[in-house]
Design a protein around this ligand. Structure first.
Ligand SMILES: [Zn+2]
Length: 174
């Protein structure tokens, strides 16, 4: 399985991206990242600790960028270039629901939190991606104030890698 030559005119690589068509766009940083192409964004081009946490037919889950998230913050992203749930087909909706069903408890178990916040804005890239943010039981901030805090929460590569491993383990046992 590989990308179509249309998306990789250079022919330099043939990534394993699951069965096409994903309608990937060369001007979308999430499409590019999934195809292992550079995006020019320091956040996106950094290696993801622990690789993909979940790799399904229609969705991927990976750890969020270290510079703007706490350990255990993960991002669920569609493989197909689509904006939101309204554009998902029945298979995508079913897989998305099934992933969340296992992933939310897995994040809670790995991070020890009571709440997992959901955040999907699609302002930087018009490609569906949902942040699952473990709400740590520290400090006074809650809700939007917690998500918007400055400086943002950060983590180290090793902490994120370990958390990714634990989330994957819990997810697979679910
Ligand atoms: Zn895209």
């Amino acid at each position: 399985m590989s990308c179509s030559s249309e998306q990789n005119p250079s022919g330099k690589r043939q990534a394993e991206v699951g069965p096409p068509p994903y309608y990937h766009r060369s001007d979308c940083n999430i499409c590019r990242k999934q195809d292992d192409l550079k995006t020019g964004s320091e956040l996106l081009d950094a290696p993801r600790p622990g690789g993909y946490i979940v790799e399904r037919e229609l969705f991927l889950v990976e750890h969020a960028p270290l510079q703007e998230s706490s350990a255990g913050t993960v991002i669920v992203e569609s493989r197909r270039h689509l904006l939101d749930c309204g554009e998902m087909n029945p298979d995508e909706l079913a897989e998305f629901g099934s992933i969340l069903h296992g992933l939310v408890p897995a994040v809670k178990a790995a991070t020890g939190v009571q709440r997992v916040y959901f955040l999907a804005l699609m302002e930087r890239a018009p490609h569906f991606h949902l942040w699952l943010v473990p709400k740590r039981n520290e400090g006074e901030l809650r809700g939007l104030a917690y998500l918007a805090q400055q400086p943002p929460l950060t983590t180290s590569y090793s902490a994120a890698e370990e958390m990714s491993r634990q989330i994957r383990e819990h997810f697979e046992q679910f």
